[in-house]
Design a protein. Structure first.
Lengths: 595, 410
């Protein structure tokens, strides 16, 4: 067969296919266009998204701390909206013309037949105007949405955090396609950490619409609709009275307070100052107010309890004692002589007194520096790192909040990296021994370690949320958090705790907070700050025999530990143990004593 | 430009290709318009169209012997890629057929099409005497060249693409000189199987047709009756096999031919696609105004179901224009194959022309409900970088065949 003949076979095949496909197209598009046209009209379905209310937050006694209120949100459906009306809508809701225009342009990325949220929290007057002019202002409508409200006299801004409108970046980065433009998403604090619990699941209502977008009733008799699932509620361990009291005591100082139940790790109150008003984020977020918060030099958005890191100062001394015991350089009975200063390699480190040969109990009680200079030197960096990391220093405690800091627990490798292999020697251990130098810790790390000491080595993962309450079924589910036993001798805990007992109840550095009703214990600390006044620290627990509260207070640039932090910590412990009745707070006027 | 340029440059093919690629970009723009995350597909398609046309130009001017010489190497590379993708590929829509590199998906099976056709053509054109496809050994060897990628792709398991590979073999062998009698012997069982499924009348009509054709071939009663008996057996066993299937399996097969049998399952796409195209009417609903397209009723409407957008928004007129453009393109491939005195290029053109024809027929046939839903792209219209580049590569080879049509030696 020659090529020309073969070619004809192929042409024949192509012609046959062309004719059958054309015939079929003509049948569909020319003869049956009417039927299919009707079908496609019926087919147009408008999806109305029903956003569920976010879950609430309760305190440990069932008091509502984070609530919802109804509000009206302006929505525009691009497919039926006449752009000539932008100006009228802009004037109506008091939004600049350009802002609405950009908001409308942003919608381009989503389905033009779906209403998009333009502005939250409309007032009643606007709503009535919209209802009256519904026929004329096509595509403009409002939806009822829930907004956050905080019914109490405290802020707890860093605990609750906030949900705000999802950003373009977040939309792009989301896994899956749950969120669309205009949705709220938890962006900080518990709102962010428990976003999937709190947000619920969106529902969808399907309406049949004709091609012009007019609603023709519900699609498939509503059988295809998906009901929204309300967000679940969180029951927090926070004691709202204690929280209010703690915020009052901190006033407008800079610093942080965190108190927990050492037996469980439940956070009883948590304050970071300066804080901010969460109302800024509920309702229409004002970009100017937000910018002010972000640019504030005092960093109010920064959670000092879990994000700040400072040297712990003398609050480290109980930890250093445990390191000494564990590395075999110290026994409960052994003494170290304290001459008032310590000279090593030609340099001298000072102390606030000469105490002679003393045991670890006295060293903690009187916060004797020379004792711990020498102990640090004896233990060395490897033991230091090994045993302190058991108490989660240099690690995250695992609190249920986002963006917790690791702090910094120096190690051999770290020092080699920073100073070079030959750039440092054993003398760094002198400062590290008293909680200065490269060591950095956060208040939450100190609180957890103090709780673990008070519980003779039971370390509990700190957490704010006790239970999740399903808002549909009312069922409560207790959340599980870690608890572990630190394997160290009971004798060691006994002497360290005895020292901490004497700090308050003996002749120690915090005897100014001694209480007649409850046996408080603790340790003061003053973190040296080369750039300004010292940071004031206090860690403590009470009652001594059966601890029910452990606490850490930080005052930035607030001076000595016993001047600022100790009185606040002491009053809070008394307040809590007395069932939120007693107020023993007295501001320090003496300037405090050196520890 | 002088006449010599057009004498050696296949302008018709080139312009047809440009028109189709442009239509594709417009269609993808509409199909993804207002979508959630896929709004930049048409931009990607545009960028790679430019890349593809550079490939077309380079291929047009490449000496044919380079292409022939590299065909086996390309084939081996493709086979290795197909093996790798089975092990390391990403699963999309149930098929492990993708590599993901820097945000772009690459589908080795698309490039294997090219390599397989080139290797097959090279094998059949090497030296006239030895490569007569009517000799059993040669036939088996040629079959192996196609069978290896076919099996690897079937394992992904991308049935649609693997069928395209099978379809290459017979037209190319026929062009290389395979006796039409053997073509009949190979095609008839497939035809009979489908006809038998459709019903007894179709089956008997098919058998009669085969009988008449066998009579004309006059190949001796032994071979002829063997083929007839084989077809009869196949015809009867198809309906037997079907009855032995589980009801849900029967339903799935039924829906291949009659979508209304399973309107919410596998028939859904076909029904929605038919509604989209049917509602377009003569002039269409207008660009970006198709309700079916814009409301995203049709899944995958920027890839396998792109023709719906053309049919709905540009109507019968647009649909026929696109169909005609494909016909021109395929006829150009066949024509260039018959013009070319270089056997390798000639066979390649036939192979590639067949691939175009199979894709167009199955894809358009599927969207208008005359073919089962087999997920293969519409050439140069569907979104897909790998498939766009590989189809443009084929155009480049056809351009080269036209340019060198008077040169015998490779």
């Amino acid at each position: 067969m020659d090529t020309q003949n073969k070619k004809l076979y192929f042409f024949g095949l192509v012609g046959l296919i062309l004719i059958s496909l054309t015939g079929r197209l003509a049948f569909l598009q020319l003869l049956n266009q009417g039927d299919f046209g009707k079908e496609s009209m019926k087919n147009a379905v408008k999806t109305i998204t029903e956003t569920p209310a976010r879950g609430l937050m309760y305190d440990r006694n069932g008091k509502v701390m984070v609530d919802n209120r109804p509000s009206y949100t302006l929505v525009i459906t691009p497919s039926s909206f006449d752009k000539a009306n932008i100006e009228e809508v802009a004037n109506l809701v008091g939004m600049p013309f350009d802002e609405i225009k950009t908001a409308l342009e942003k919608i381009k990325g989503t389905n033009r037949f779906n209403p998009a949220k333009i502005k939250r929290d409309l007032d009643f007057k606007t709503i009535s105007y919209l209802s009256e002019n519904k026929e004329r202002l096509k595509g403009v409508d409002y939806q009822v949405e829930a907004l956050r409200t905080y019914p109490n006299n405290f802020r707890a801004s860093h605990v609750f955090g906030y949900a705000k409108e999802i950003s373009e970046k977040q939309l792009e980065k989301q896994i899956g396609d749950y969120y669309t433009q205009g949705d709220m998403i938890g962006s900080d604090g518990l709102e962010a950490k428990y976003e999937e619990t709190l947000r619920g699941e969106k529902g969808y209502k399907f309406m049949s619409v004709d091609v012009k977008g007019r609603e023709m009733g519900s699609y498939n008799d509503g059988n295809s609709d998906i009901k929204p699932v309300n967000g679940s509620d969180l029951v927090l361990a926070i004691d709202s009275d204690l929280q209010e009291y703690a915020e009052k005591l901190m006033g407008n100082k800079r610093g942080g307070v965190v108190a927990m139940d050492p037996r469980t790790g439940e956070i009883l109150c948590m304050v970071s100052k300066p804080d901010y008003d969460l109302k800024i984020f509920s309702g229409p977020t004002d970009s100017k107010q937000f910018a002010t918060l972000i640019n504030d030099v005092d960093k109010p958005l920064f959670d000092r309890v879990i994000q700040s890191k400072y040297p712990p100062g003398s609050t480290w001394k109980p930890m250093m004692s445990m390191i000494g015991f564990s590395s075999g350089e110290l026994t409960p009975k052994s003494t170290i002589t304290c001459e008032g200063s310590f000279t090593y390699g030609g340099r001298t480190w000072e102390d606030h007194g000469a105490f002679g040969p003393i045991t670890v109990v006295t060293a903690i009680e009187k916060s004797v520096n020379v004792f711990f200079y020498k102990l640090g030197l004896k233990c060395g960096i490897d033991n230091y790192n090994k045993y302190a990391s058991i108490y989660n220093f240099g690690k995250r405690t695992g609190i249920d909040l986002p963006n917790e800091t690791y702090g910094l627990l120096p190690s051999q490798e770290y020092l080699d990296k920073v100073f070079g292999k030959k750039g440092w020697n054993q003398s760094v251990m002198i400062n590290l021994g008293i909680g200065q130098g490269e060591l950095l810790v956060s208040p939450i790390q100190l609180a957890c370690y103090c709780a673990a000491i008070s519980m003779n080595g039971i370390y509990s993962q700190p957490h704010l949320v006790q239970k999740v309450k399903n808002s549909m079924t009312g069922e409560e589910e207790a959340l599980k958090f870690d608890q572990r036993k630190i394997n160290m001798s009971q004798d060691w805990f006994d002497v360290v705790k005895k020292g901490m007992f004497l700090v308050v109840n003996g002749t120690g550095t915090a005897r100014n907070i001694k209480s007649d009703e409850y046996v408080l214990s603790g340790k003061t600390g003053t973190a040296e700050n080369s750039r300004g006044q010292n940071h004031s620290w206090f860690i403590g627990f009470a009652p001594f025999d059966d601890p029910r509260i452990a606490i850490c207070v930080l005052g930035e640039n607030a001076g000595f530990g016993n001047a600022f932090a100790a009185p606040i910590a002491g009053s809070l412990m008394v307040r809590y143990l007395s069932g939120n009745k007693m107020d023993v707070y007295k501001e320090d006027t003496t300037g405090g004593v050196n520890d | 430009m002088n006449r010599g340029f057009f004498n050696r440059f296949d302008l018709t093919l080139f312009i047809t290709t440009i028109l189709l690629v442009t239509t594709g970009i417009v269609a993808i723009y509409s199909a993804t318009y207002g979508g959630t995350s896929v709004t930049d597909f048409y931009v990607k398609q545009m960028i790679f169209a430019v890349v593809g046309f550079c490939i077309v130009i380079v291929l047009t001017y490449l000496p044919p012997r380079y292409i022939a010489q590299s065909s086996y190497i390309l084939y081996i590379i493709s086979i290795i890629m197909l093996l790798l993708v089975l092990k390391f590929g990403k699963v999309i829509n149930g098929n492990r057929s993708w590599f993901y590199i820097g945000g772009f998906g690459i589908q080795p099976s698309e490039f294997a099409k090219i390599a397989t056709v080139l290797a097959l053509s090279n094998f059949l054109s090497n030296s006239e005497e030895k490569k007569d496809p009517n000799k059993l050994l040669n036939f088996v060897r040629a079959g192996l060249i196609v069978a290896i990628p076919f099996i690897l792709i079937k394992l992904q398991p991308d049935t649609g693409t693997s069928l395209v590979f099978l379809s290459i073999l017979i037209p190319v062998l026929f062009w290389a000189g395979l006796n039409p009698f053997w073509v009949l012997a190979l095609i008839s069982p497939v035809m009979i199987a489908i006809l038998a499924f459709l019903g007894k009348t179709y089956f008997i009509a098919g058998l009669v047709l085969i009988l008449i054709m066998l009579f004309f071939f006059k190949r001796g009663w032994l071979w002829s009756s063997a083929i007839l008996v084989l077809n009869t057996i196949i015809g009867f066993s198809v309906s037997k096999l079907y009855l032995n299937l589980k009801p849900y399996q029967q339903k799935r097969i039924e829906a291949l031919f009659d979508p209304s049998a399973d309107p919410l399952g596998s028939g859904y796409n076909v029904i929605q696609a038919k509604v989209a195209i049917g509602s377009g009417g003569f002039f269409g609903k207008g660009f970006l105004l198709g309700t079916q397209t814009q409301l995203k009723f049709i899944p995958e409407q920027w890839t396998d179901f792109i023709y719906c957008m053309v049919g709905e928004e540009f109507g019968f007129l647009g649909a026929i224009i696109v169909l005609t453009l494909y016909c021109i393109l395929i006829i150009k491939f066949i024509n260039n194959a018959s013009l070319s005195k270089n056997k390798f290029l000639s066979l390649s053109c036939i192979g590639f022309g067949t691939i175009f024809l199979v894709h167009v027929t199955i894809n358009i046939g599927m969207t208008i409900g005359v073919m089962p839903v087999i997920g293969i792209p519409l050439p140069m219209l569907s979104y897909g970088i790998s498939s766009l580049l590989s189809f443009l590569f084929m155009v480049g080879i056809a351009m080269n065949a036209y340019r060198n049509r008077n040169i015998y030696l490779t």
